[in-house]
Design a protein around this ligand. Structure first.
Ligand SMILES: CCCCCCCCCCCCCCCCCCCCCCCC(=O)SCCNC(=O)CCNC(=O)[C@H](O)C(C)(C)COP(=O)(O)OP(=O)(O)OC[C@H]1O[C@@H](n2cnc3c(N)ncnc32)[C@H](O)[C@@H]1OP(=O)(O)O
Ligand SMILES: Cc1cc2nc3c(=O)[nH]c(=O)nc-3n(C[C@H](O)[C@H](O)[C@H](O)COP(=O)(O)OP(=O)(O)OC[C@H]3O[C@@H](n4cnc5c(N)ncnc54)[C@H](O)[C@@H]3O)c2cc1C
Length: 706
């Protein structure tokens, strides 16, 4: 499979590096920066390219100089204030208009970088802005030309949008959505209704306070009483002049969440809300003035998948959003670990905690994952751009359909992989920073809590993995019958060698043999084939024993289909990163460290499947497992001195990162004191001081006298 991102990215020259990427202040981190095996500026230029770095600098410096984005140490905003500030910031993003259409067309990756840069500052305004422009706007944009008028109003904020699929009693099970849209041919309108309070739209981002319009998913009923299945409609929910609810709409805010509290998630119930006929998003079907339903999809299943197609965009974006959280958490934890000293070989000498094997093993595999997932998310986004261009131009080719299926299968597993990795990493990073990691001002709690819903929204991770395993299992017939097959992105092409791969054995005879990513990659190919075979056998056995299709599928998830989907996506991420890092065009100054990262990511991910590798006979004997473990430790130790420079490559400026222990200077304690002392009332006496000094408790006054 060919890597999709351009490997031949120009790195420019030393003077352009210095202009675009200023030096870090000298300080406690300098020691590690000097030890690095590569120049972090060259790496940043190579990975992103000059154009993207300029964009990032432009966004970061705009936010830093803007009073609306100012940080106030120690400030504790109420939820209402935070929502207000988030909305003001969202409006500023309209005013900045960081990217022109021309720029997006020339390099769509810039959109992804815009999401990442704003999200690095705070996910609440980022999500508010992109739920409106990207999810609401993007869905309408790809539907049909007849929405041109809406599109204009979206991008000048005359209206404000949200995406309302989930209901109080149904989220994952989209077929169970119960909101109805009944066509009235007398008035040429759809009538939107929530049958009861359990069918209220719920959880919808932007709906709580701000949205004036919603894309509402509902079961479409034609005048003949037929239900035509799930369709989406543009429904006005608030008056654009007053922000008060429209007649028949009950709309509100669902309350405080575990994170992302700047964003207003809301609910809505509809009582005979009439919308014009034209407001059906005619992606999968339409209704004639007489009320006759038509669809270009004859197959109901295909129509259903097309109705949910836009969800893949979010899942791809969330893969990148989670990788960004991974980078934020690691920037803090690695800089901290390189400056925090505890114990040492002698009483006189204390060493930075990054020198400890456990600290390296806890953090550096996540660093490798950050590089691999970052690359993967961007390459998947590029695949998506090809698919999206096909949607816009109404491509109906077989390739377009196959590409949609493949992208769905990939994003349904890459979102779980990336969001779970970031979630686990955020907690590990929190603990890796000891007590200071638990101080809110150091931001690891915020990163962890803001990342958390990435595991749930746009589809619960565990359920999404079933989509990927279904896709893989669908090739089993071809495999069994040795019928040739391939997919547009080639991610399943290796399965054509299934009968050969299933006989493979682990070949390494030493730790050295494991030090390149080709070793875990081969193991992964075997693992996917093995899990595919076992899942298929299990499913057939379940059916033979009389279980229904539903029961049989359910009984095949744990240890079978679920593991299969995870192994497949890890294999795909590794394959792409392996191809990228082994490309002969990678500068020789950067290739060794990139190859080490790739090998570490592969081995560390693979090590979680060791039991299955032994169980299925791919590896045997004590040595094999030891080789893998020792290779992981060896790679951690090799990467230890590069770790600070590797986070320098992706860490945002201090203002954006907003963590005293993660600042680029590494002046951990000075930075913490500065923040604490600037904090509101840090040194002041509590206003309730008299409760201690004057009103003393009468001991035992309230004890029971019975
Ligand atoms: C040229 C210039 C280009 C420029 C590019 C521009 C890009 C634009 C960028 C925009 C930026 C946007 C930024 C966004 C910022 C990101 C942050 C996002 C913040 C998130 C906020 C939260 C929003 C939400 O949560 S919305 C609600 C989401 N809800 C869900 O996801 C529900 C989950 N459930 C489901 O999806 C389904 O019900 C599912 C998958 C569980 C299936 O259920 P079921 O069992 O009933 O069906 P199946 O029988 O399994 O499926 C039938 C059939 O359909 C196929 N299918 C299903 N889904 C899809 C799909 N998405 N795509 C394709 N196909 C699908 C499935 O595979 C089956 O097919 P078969 O062939 O029959 O197997
Ligand atoms: C912060 C946040 C923002 C959101 N924003 C939006 C938005 O803007 N618009 C919108 O429409 N929605 C939004 N959502 C809703 C979100 O998309 C849903 O919560 C998500 O799709 C999961 O659905 P659910 O909550 O119904 O979970 P459920 O489906 O009820 O899941 C509960 C549990 O059951 C398990 N489960 C369910 N089905 C199966 C199965 N078949 N097999 C095995 N296990 C199963 C799941 O794994 C999970 O552990 C948001 C949610 C959050 C948390």
């Amino acid at each position: 499979m060919a890597p999709t991102l351009n490997v031949k990215q120009a790195t420019g020259n030393q003077s352009s590096w210095n202009t675009l990427l200023p030096d870090f202040p000298k300080g406690p981190l300098s020691k590690y920066r000097k030890k690095a095996s590569f120049n972090w500026k060259e790496m940043a230029m190579f990975l992103d390219g000059e154009d993207i770095i300029r964009l990032k600098n432009r966004i970061f410096s705009a936010l830093e100089s803007d009073p609306f984005f100012a940080r106030h140490p120690g400030e504790e905003l109420s939820r209402e204030k935070y929502q207000e500030l988030t909305f003001l910031r969202c409006k500023r993003l309209f005013e900045y208009d960081f990217l022109t259409q021309q720029e997006i067309m020339e390099n769509p990756l810039k959109i992804l970088n815009l999401v990442i840069c704003i999200g690095m500052y705070d996910w609440s305004p980022c999500l508010q802005f992109f739920l409106h422009c990207g999810v609401f706007g993007g869905t309408i944009l790809s539907a049909s030309k007849r929405f041109a008028n809406f599109v204009k109003k979206i991008y000048n904020m005359e209206i404000f949008g949200c995406f309302a699929l989930t209901e109080l009693s149904h989220g994952t099970n989209t077929k169970g959505i119960r909101t109805t849209a009944t066509f009235d041919h007398n008035t040429q309108e759809f009538i939107i209704n929530s049958p009861d309070f359990e069918a209220a739209k719920f959880w919808v981002g932007n709906m709580g306070k701000h949205a004036t319009h919603a894309i509402v998913y509902a079961q479409l009923y034609t005048p003949d009483g037929q239900c035509q299945g799930l369709h989406s409609f543009i429904v006005q929910i608030r008056d654009t002049k007053t922000l008060l609810p429209m007649p028949g709409v009950m709309v509100g805010d669902i309350g405080k969440k575990i994170g992302q509290n700047g964003l207003d998630n809301g609910f809505a119930m509809f009582h005979n809300v009439r919308i014009p006929k034209e407001n059906i998003l005619n992606i999968t079907g339409d209704v004639s003035p007489e009320g006759k339903y038509s669809s270009s999809f004859t197959d109901v299943k295909e129509r259903f998948s097309a109705a949910l197609g836009s969800l893949s965009t979010g899942r791809i974006l969330i893969t990148a959003v989670s990788a960004t959280n991974l980078k934020l958490a690691l920037s803090i934890a690695i800089r901290f670990s390189a400056t925090r000293r505890q114990f040492g070989p002698t009483d006189e000498e204390e060493i930075p905690v990054i020198e400890y094997q456990t600290q390296q093993w806890r953090l550096l595999p996540y660093l490798a994952a950050a590089y691999a997932l970052d690359y993967f998310s961007k390459s998947l986004f590029e695949n998506f751009v090809e698919f999206y261009a096909g949607l816009l131009t109404k491509q109906k080719s077989q390739r377009q359909a196959d590409l949609g299926r493949e992208i769905h299968a990939l994003s349904a597993a890459s979102k779980p992989l990336s969001s779970w990795t970031a979630q686990q990493a955020a907690q590990e990073c929190r603990e890796a920073c000891g007590g200071h990691g638990y101080l809110a001002m150091n931001r690891l709690g915020e990163i962890r809590n803001d990342n958390d819903p990435n595991c749930t929204y746009e589809g619960d991770n565990n359920v999404l993995l079933q989509q990927t395993s279904n896709y893989l299992m669908s090739w089993m017939n071809c495999i069994r019958n040795k019928v040739p097959f391939e997919s547009p992105l080639g991610t399943i092409n290796f399965l054509q060698d299934y009968h050969h791969i299933i006989g493979w054995k682990f070949k390494a005879n030493s730790v050295d043999d494991c030090m390149d990513s080709s070793a875990p990659l081969a193991a992964y190919k075997w693992l996917v084939c093995y899990l595919l075979r076992e899942s298929d056998l299990k499913l057939r056995k379940e059916k033979q024993s009389g279980h229904s299709d539903f029961e049989a599928k359910n009984n095949c998830q744990v240890y079978f289909c679920r593991s299969l989907a995870i192994a497949f996506v890890e294999q795909t991420v590794l394959q792409r990163y392996h191809d990228y890092t082994h490309d002969p065009n990678i500068p020789s100054t950067l290739q060794p460290v990139l190859k080490n990262l790739c090998a570490l990511y592969g081995l560390w991910s693979l090590s979680k499947h060791l039991a299955v590798l032994y169980q299925g006979g791919y590896v045997s004997g004590e040595q094999a497992g030891r080789f893998i473990q020792n290779a992981i430790l060896e790679l951690c130790s090799r990467l230890k001195d590069d770790a600070v420079a590797l986070v320098d490559v992706f860490a945002p400026p201090d203002f954006i990162l907003n963590s005293p222990i993660g600042k680029a200077s590494g002046e951990l304690y000075k930075n913490m004191w500065a923040e604490i002392l600037q904090g509101n009332k840090a040194l002041s006496r509590p206003s309730w001081w008299a409760e201690f000094c004057i009103n003393k408790p009468v001991t035992g006054r309230l004890s029971s006298r019975l």
